[in-house]
Design a protein around this ligand. Structure first.
Ligand code: UDP
Length: 333
């Protein structure tokens, strides 16, 4: 982990701090001595992943938020809370508009009423939609193709408008494929149902699944399988700290990609998992998954230029090894 100077003023409200990326960010802030507390409704998060003060509340509950802001007077918000299954968002968009857009709007209104003017927001490369060029820099057109991606873009637009009209300072951090786990194996990725490639491949390595389905091998990529930009969750956490420092230093608006700029194919991920785990991983070819672009990779140098951020754990084998350590600890292997 890099050594960003600790100039963040707290307390910091971490919305969705019981989730995957949120819990790693809480841990980092605590390590830096920044006072934090988590607000999470535990709809998908895990109470045992929260290592600080915790308030169970829904971001759509304005009265609860007003109480929280009045009692705890957060200086800033880091906002992870969201529904994040692309496929589910296609079948049940109302859930995504309510729990992502409406809940974020309610949070922004509670912030405005309380005079809290700094927010770091979990955006996504899904706001770009099908890439018209790769790597995808921040100027790439934003035409999301799923309701999930559209909710993230709507929230970015709200932040821009609130910034312009009310002086709210914001960072929209567009994650590529969040992956890996805390290097000590204590925190990691636990989705239910799990849909992400690396945890599923590790389940197959552990014999918890009989194989891993490879969704498509006829893409126009070097080995025919989809290429993604996997970014270590601890590197993501570091970017949140840096973004908040910048906002508190007076920067008004930050919109940056968070990826390594390197792409790895589904086959390369499976091979890395075979190397790391030393286990055979049976593979089954399956049809393409609807909506999957062939290649998604971050471009641009904005995160480095604006935040001074560079990924410190970009190697695929390190990312997979950290995820495997968490997997083994969780499953008691
Ligand atoms: N993938 C796969 N088999 C699986 C899950 C995912 O082949 O069981 C592929 C998927 O098509 C994509 C890549 O792995 O190309 C990463 O998928 P994931 O769901 O982890 O992240 P996404 O890129 O969709 O956000």
């Amino acid at each position: 982990m890099s050594t960003a100077p600790n100039s963040v003023q707290g307390p910091v409200l971490i919305a969705g701090g019981a989730g995957y990326i949120g819990s790693h960010t809480v841990r980092l802030f605590q390590q830096r001595g920044i006072p934090v507390f988590v607000v999470d409704n535990l709809s998908t998060g895990h109470r045992d992943a929260v290592t600080c003060d915790f308030v169970q509340a829904d971001l759509g509950d304005r009265a609860a938020l007003d109480r929280i802001f009045a009692e705890r007077r957060p200086r800033a918000v880091v906002h992870f809370a969201a529904k994040a299954y692309v496929g589910e968002s296609v079948g049940d968009p109302a859930k995504y508009y309510r729990e992502n857009v409406v809940a974020s709007f309610t949070l922004l209104e509670a912030m405005r009423a309380a005079g809290c003017g700094e927010i770091v927001f979990s955006s996504s490369c899904a706001t770009y939609g099908n890439p018209v060029r790769v790597p995808i820099d921040e100027e790439h057109p934003q035409h999301p193709i799923s309701p999930y991606g559209r909710t993230k873009l709507h929230i970015e637009h709200m932040l821009e408008d609130y910034s312009r009209a009310y002086g709210m300072r914001f960072a929209a951090l567009r994650y590529f494929n969040a992956a890996g786990a805390a290097q000590d194996g204590s925190l990691g990725e636990r989705h239910d149902p799990e849909t992400h490639l690396i945890p599923l491949v590790l389940d197959a390595a552990a014999g918890l699944r009989k194989d891993i389905a490879v969704f498509g091998e006829d893409y126009p990529t070097p080995d025919g399988t989809c290429v993604r930009d996997y970014i270590h969750v601890e590197d993501l956490a570091d970017a949140h700290l840096r973004a908040l420092e910048k906002l508190q230093g007076g920067t008004k608006a930050i919109k940056v990609n968070l990826g390594t700029g390197q792409g790895f194919s589904v086959r390369q991920v499976i091979d890395a998992a075979r190397t790391v785990t030393g286990r055979p991983i049976p593979v089954r070819m399956a049809p393409r998954r609807e909506g999957d672009p062939a290649q998604v990779m971050a471009g641009g140098t904005r995160a480095r230029d604006v935040l001074g951020w560079v990924p410190l754990r970009p190697a695929l084998e390190d990312i997979v090894a950290d995820a495997w350590r968490f997997h083994c600890r969780r499953r008691g292997r």
